[in-house]
Ligand binder design. Structure first.
Ligand code: DGL
Length: 268
């Protein structure tokens, strides 16, 4: 196959990375994509560093063996655990990672209170520490590990009383001194964005890194002369390590829903 018509490989610990895939398809509809979600091993964010590094390398290998021209690590956790390893291993292809979109959030006003929602691993790793250090003079940054939230998305539970109660308990400590913005530092969270907004109130601004990652991917492909310029609409193949019909359907639903959330109501 002609070099630049080869697919872009996108992966995540599960279905969350589809929020990044949506941005990629919106920005570069002429590209072909293979998305691999490792739902069998999700969540990654509460595992050990070594386990996440091993799983991430296996995900990347699986896609590279299918002939992808670039790798998009659509998972903050996998990026913080293993991006240097992947860049070393696949030095001859663009490898793009994702990190919490802190920069636009700290700029919303003078010294805002910014809540960064992510997995325990993302917030623990050096990559995030460095990012936080960079902006610590400009904002009050409050890291909020959210173990358990990924599982709601993996179940396709994007709204409802249980999710609302989970989020209310999570945000309870911030009730007294309200926050200005939230950064969604995990690619699963955009799928529960409406519920986060509902619980925190309409005034809170919410940021996620999906669109920025898509723009960075486009920039890197251009730089390497790998953009698909065929002019035709490309294809999107969804693969999941669970290999079940349910996961396939949920993946399609998350990819194709007109609005990100509430998705399940929209489709029924
Ligand atoms: N979607 C992933 C992220 O962006 C991680 C979820 C997990 O814990 O598996 O961090």
């Amino acid at each position: 196959m002609e070099e630049n018509r080869r697919p872009i490989g996108v992966f995540d610990s599960g279905l969350g990375g589809i929020s990044v895939l949506r941005e990629l398809v919106a920005l570069m509809p002429q590209e072909n994509y293979i998305f691999y979600g490792d739902s069998k091993h999700a969540p990654y964010g509460t595992k050990t560093l070594q386990m996440v590094q091993e799983l991430t390398c296996a995900d990347a290998k699986y896609l590279v063996e299918q002939g992808v021209k670039a790798l998009v690590v659509a998972c903050n956790t996998a990026t913080s655990a293993a991006i240097p390893i992947l860049r070393r291993e696949y030095a001859d292809m663009p490898v793009i990672g994702i990190e919490p979109a802190l920069k636009p959030a700290v700029l919303v006003k003078a010294y805002p209170r910014v809540l960064v929602m992510a997995t325990p691993m993302t917030l623990r790793e050096e990559k995030f520490r460095k990012l936080m250090d960079k902006f610590k003079e400009q904002a009050e940054i409050l890291p909020l590990p959210c173990p358990g939230l990924v599982e709601f998305v993996e179940r396709g539970e994007l709204e409802g009383q249980e999710l609302e109660a989970f989020l209310s308990a999570l945000f309870a400590p911030y009730k007294k001194q309200p926050i200005d913005c939230v950064v969604l530092g995990c690619t699963h969270y955009p799928f529960v964005r409406s519920m986060i907004q509902k619980v925190l109130g309409e005034k809170v601004l919410i940021f996620d890194g999906g669109a920025g990652t898509a723009r960075e991917t486009q920039r890197r492909l251009k730089e390497c002369g790998l953009l698909n310029t065929s002019g035709e609409r490309g294809s999107v193949v969804l693969q999941n390590s669970l290999g079940t019909k349910e996961m396939e359907e949920l993946g399609r639903l998350l990819l194709e829903a007109k609005q990100l959330s509430p998705i399940l109501n929209k489709s029924s």
